[in-house]
Design a protein around this ligand. Structure first.
Ligand code: GDP
Ligand code: IMO
Ligand code: MG
Length: 407
């Protein structure tokens, strides 16, 4: 009953989707366990680029059963737009299952996300404005609407109406324009009916798969340092991307987890506000943005860039029980004369760097570990020595085939 978890070890956008696509070949199901359409997961296959938000990244393989686990918050317009786009590109979503326990996102969550950010002013989090925080807040307040409700259209419509009125009061109190309740009820009647056939008791389904010895891959969105508990609070997302969240967000207990893969770029990026000790605000940062194409898939925002931070990575190893690392986007460093890696902080929190010479070689066509330049090996060995777990996959380009692996 092998269960693999893929978790971001930094602040998101580490290249999780590409690694999931790679590992999907040896699994039967790919299960998203938290987050919502704040995620932007990119898989590049030849000239085709797939940017996924809610649908698990394994969907590109016909043998994979894609599952949206109970920990995810689901925005129905986005879900169906994604399904329609994928199907128009000949990727079938017919096998998709959505947990009956998922909470749904409604337009008031998005309106409130923007109003809460406005209230914070200069202290704003820089959210994706997708309504993620307000939807999880309603879940915690025990007033959320779950996917199972769409199976009962009359009571679903009543719930939507009641919630729309209740949230309109808050929107007005915060100075916003109230939403059109009848319009939302009518829209969600249609969306709910479309969702109904996908709604499943996924916990039961996944345990039946485990009993058959199927191999499950649990897909994290966001990352360790955006985790509501373990991240740089309050500059975090409102769910638990860390490996414990994979258990909660799927209903699979910890004893099943056999492989926990932490994904880290060979440098660091962050979108939105919050601390970033190794951030580069000079031309080296601009160079990382340019070569790494560091612009958000969801919001188009320029990602903040900096050097790899092994203090944080060590913490990610502990919090997630990582068994191995995938080091992505190593090719982005190909033209750097010098590569810095933070191995410790000073007493007042300034990064202390180890400086490695760059390899100044194009590694994008490398398919064999032994063919990586010595400088790249030195970086990989430094990471392994400092964090205490092996690097098993190295990303050498955006394309599906661009990686080297030790397995
Ligand atoms: P995710 O949110 O963790 O799945 O990552 P994103 O898809 O948001 O961002 C990662 C970006 O880097 C995407 O555009 C990928 O196509 C790209 N990418 C992934 N791995 C590599 C790699 O090894 N090298 C390069 N150059 N690009 C990569
Ligand atoms: P993937 O899965 C990077 C960031 C936002 C903001 C904070 C809170 O592609 O790695 P939210 O809308 O979640 O309330 O915003 O979290 N954020 C991400 N940053 N990658 C993501 O997802 C992110 N999802 C949310 O920028 O700082
Ligand atoms: Mg992303």
């Amino acid at each position: 009953m092998p269960v693999t978890v893929v978790v971001g070890a930094q602040w998101g956008d580490e290249g999780k989707a590409k690694v999931i696509d790679l590992l999907a070949a040896e699994h039967t199901h790919v299960v998203r366990y938290q987050g919502g359409h704040n995620a932007g997961h990119t898989v590049v296959v030849g000239t085709e680029r797939y940017a996924l938000q809610l649908i698990p990244s394994g969907v590109l393989y016909p043998h994979i059963i894609p599952v949206i686990g109970n920990g995810v918050v689901v925005d129905l317009p986005t879900l169906f737009r994604e399904i329609d786009t994928l199907e128009s590109r000949n990727i079938s979503c017919a096998k998709l299952k959505v947990s009956s326990q998922c909470h749904l996102i409604f337009p008031w969550h998005q309106t409130l996300d923007a109003l809460y950010e406005a209230v914070r002013g200069d202290d704003r989090i820089g959210t994706t404005l997708k309504g993620i925080g307000p939807a999880y807040a309603d879940k915690a307040r025990r007033i959320g609407i779950r996917a199972s409700e769409v199976l009962h259209p009359n009571t679903f419509a009543e719930s939507v109406r009641a919630q729309a009125f209740a949230h309109n009061s808050e929107i007005i109190a915060l100075g916003g324009d109230p939403l059109d309740v009848d319009d939302i009820v009518a829209t969600f009647a249609v969306l709910g009916a479309r969702l109904a056939p996908y709604v499943t008791d996924t916990v039961e389904m996944l345990h039946e798969a485990l009993d058959r010895d199927d191999a499950l891959l649990l897909e994290g969105a966001q990352a360790t340092f955006l985790d509501l508990d373990h991240g740089t609070y309050p500059f975090v997302t409102s769910s638990n991307p860390t490996a414990g969240g994979a258990c909660v967000g799927t209903g699979i207990g910890p004893r099943y987890l056999t492989r926990i893969v932490g994904i880290t770029k060979a440098y660091s990026t962050r979108v939105g506000s919050g601390p970033f000790p190794t951030e580069l605000t000079d031309e080296l940062g601009d160079k990382l943005v340019e070569i790494g194409r560091e612009f958000g898939t969801v919001t188009g925002r320029r990602r903040r860039c900096g050097w790899l931070d092994l203090v944080m990575l060590r913490k990610a190893v502990r919090i997630n029980s990582l068994t191995e690392l995938a080091l992505t986007k190593l090719d982005v460093l190909d033209t750097f004369e010098e590569i810095k890696v933070c191995t410790d902080y000073t007493a007042d929190g300034q990064p202390i760097y180890e400086v490695l010479p760059g390899w100044l070689t194009d590694i994008s066509a490398t398919t064999d570990v032994d063919a990586l330049p010595a400088g790249a090996h030195a970086l990989i060995e430094l990471v392994e020595r400092e964090v205490g777990i092996p690097v098993r996959i190295v990303g050498t380009g955006a394309e599906r085939e661009s990686y080297v692996t030790w397995q």
